[in-house]
Design a protein around this ligand. Structure first.
Ligand code: NAP
Length: 548
């Protein structure tokens, strides 16, 4: 259940009871088909309050009601079994220790429930389910890799990266071991690695990724022990033929997918990271019709389930190349597409502040995602930079999860809607007006900020543990630029009012086009673009242009 003061971002389950029963039945059957039993060993501390072990017990009990394949044991952290497995922290859960070295520090709740479910199936199958190209890289790793993935239950990007790591262990258990670490359960370990954003992945104590990666890039980063950013698949990778390929799984792309597929067009969506785009990390949404108040991630889950009724979604794949023409050829990190039309719904990415120290301390206390990283700053001091809807919504979210937040805004009035600004006041969240961040200070992590009052010129240094930045977005136009799509003066994709770009057969929708940048407008643009594509495929305007 949600209410307007609940900024937890969970939003509650929207699954109808009959769907829930069907889903549980589906899970029971899937577990019954697993060839292996799944052993789980929990190490807890019986003497003290241990909310993570309690959560583990609850989650495991729920799964054991679905299957007798889960064999569960629990020991105190002082038991000799703990020494045998070299367990240092309660609550640590060992997953299938008879086959793999996978340990979970914390408990698989929130978004991490998805990781846990997938892990149970992967270890129960004893198969990694990696793409052939990623599997090849992982199989060839012949020296040990000890992976640590830092996650938080409210991070929608984390399951993708944690599951990549689980798959790697299952593919090459002789060489690869894994710890999934919930930063809330083990803030000390997160601190030790200066992992102040999630997901962050280390292998053999070296940082190999900030954020979620497509599995081929993860495999390559794990192999080379440094973050890789480009992966081109072999030329014999799978070929998929389509009428419409949509790049981007935010509200625009998902809506376009529903409309295009319902028009009878063979459609697919490719999304490199988390479905839902910016909405997935918006703590609470209060202006999407039909929902008085809903967690951003919950709204995304509803949209995704709806879209999946009609359209295939390739998630965790990054588009690396587009070749315009008839058909348009698109290569992702995993496969190749030939499509009659292409819709760019690539959205926007956070705008950097440009302050000295920002890049160096990104993930070390500088954060652009309060939903993901906020839990690490409970009972600590942070600043939130910005004065729009995002900054105010996120400052309220941080305040509500127990972070001591101060809003820092460069003017003396907020751009945010009145309704949100009022809540800032009602919650007594301090605001530093007419103030800009000149520099972010700290050696290994954020320690302070140098601020300037742009009215008086006064410079002050304020101690802080974190700097959250929410000063708007920049369009994600790298792919568009690469193939010569025209942009307008503000850097957004230029389109003809019917979502057609300057390249025949290629369209745009959503925040990448600029405009009002609301969830509802992005969805509207997605539906319009799909209708135009449908009409153009029946009566191609590019053929008429050629004839003139
Ligand atoms: P925004 O509305 O563009 O606001 C950006 C804020 O950051 C402004 O207050 C701006 O200051 C400040 N800013 C920009 N550059 C800065 C810099 N270099 N240094 C310091 N401050 C800087 O961005 P947003 O809040 O991220 O929202 C983006 C879009 O999403 C908007 O259309 C918004 O309505 C929408 N949105 C909607 C909801 C919702 O409806 N629930 C929630 C979030 C976002 P100035 O005011 O001085 O320009």
């Amino acid at each position: 259940m949600t209410n307007e003061n609940d900024y937890s971002g969970s939003g509650g389950s929207q699954i109808e009871p009959q769907d829930q029963e069907a889903f549980l039945e589906y899970l029971k059957n899937a577990f019954a088909r697993l060839p292996r039993d799944i052993s789980l060993i929990l190490f807890s501390s019986s003497g003290q309050e241990d909310i993570f072990s309690d959560a583990n017990r609850r989650v495991i009990r729920a799964f054991r009601e679905l299957t007798d394949k889960i064999v569960f044991r629990e020991y105190d952290i002082d038991h000799k079994e703990a020494r045998k497995y070299q367990i240092d922290f309660p609550s640590t859960l060992l997953i299938a220790p008879d086959h793999y070295n996978i340990r979970w520090i914390g408990s698989p709740v929130g978004e991490e429930g998805r990781t846990f479910l997938e892990t149970l199936f992967l270890v129960g199958m004893g198969k990694s389910d990696l793409s052939p190209q990623a599997a090849k890289i992982i199989q060839n790793i012949d020296t040990p890799r000890d992976i640590k993935v830092f996650v938080s239950p409210s991070c929608p990007y984390c399951p993708q990266q944690a599951v990549n790591a689980v798959k790697a262990v299952v593919e090459n258990p002789g060489m690869i071991s894994l710890e999934i670490i919930d930063i809330q359960c083990s803030p000390e370990l997160a601190d030790q690695y200066a992992a102040h954003s999630v997901p962050q992945t280390f292998a053999n104590d070296m940082l190999i990724a900030m954020g979620a990666q497509p599995e081929e890039l993860f495999a390559s980063s794990l192999d080379k022990l440094e973050q890789q950013t480009v992966f081109i698949p072999d030329s014999d990778a799978e070929l998929v033929n389509l009428d419409v390929l949509i790049i981007g799984g935010g509200p625009a792309g998902l809506t376009a997918g529903i409309y295009a597929a319902r028009s009878g067009l063979n459609t697919a969506i490719v999304e490199r990271a988390s479905l839902g785009g910016q909405v997935a990390t918006t703590p609470i949404v209060e202006n999407y019709p039909g929902f008085t108040s809903v967690g951003g991630k919950t709204l995304v889950d509803i949209m995704v389930s709806h879209a999946l009724e009609y359209v295939q979604i390739f998630q965790g794949e990054e588009v690396v190349e587009i070749e315009p023409g008839f058909p348009i050829k698109v290569t992702t990190t995993r496969r190749r597409f030939e499509t009659n039309t292409l819709l760019l719904a690539t959205g926007a990415k956070h705008k950097p502040l440009g302050a000295v120290g920002e890049n160096r301390l990104a993930g070390r206390g500088v954060s652009y995602c309060s939903t993901c990283d906020g839990p690490l700053f409970r009972r600590k001091k942070v600043i939130m930079v910005g004065g729009g809807n995002s900054a105010v919504t996120e400052a309220l979210h941080l305040h509500n999860i127990g972070v001591e937040v101060t809003l820092v805004h460069r003017r003396d009035t907020l751009r945010a809607q009145e309704f949100l600004s009022r809540q800032l006041e009602e919650n007594s969240i301090p605001v530093l007006w007419n103030t800009e961040v000149k520099e972010i200070l700290g050696k290994e992590r954020v320690e302070a900020v140098k601020l300037i009052n742009n009215k008086t010129g006064e410079i002050t240094v304020m101690e802080t543990n974190g700097v959250f930045i929410a000063i708007g977005y920049e369009p994600s136009v790298e792919l568009a630029k690469k193939i010569g799509i025209e942009l307008n003066d503000e850097g957004y994709i230029r389109q003809d009012g019917r979502h057609r770009t300057n390249i025949p057969g290629i369209y745009s929708a959503g925040d990448v086009e600029g405009g009002y940048k609301q969830i509802v407008t992005a969805a509207g643009q997605g539906s319009e673009a799909a209708i135009v594509i449908f009409e153009d495929l029946i009566n191609p305007y590019w053929k008429k242009q050629k004839a003139v």
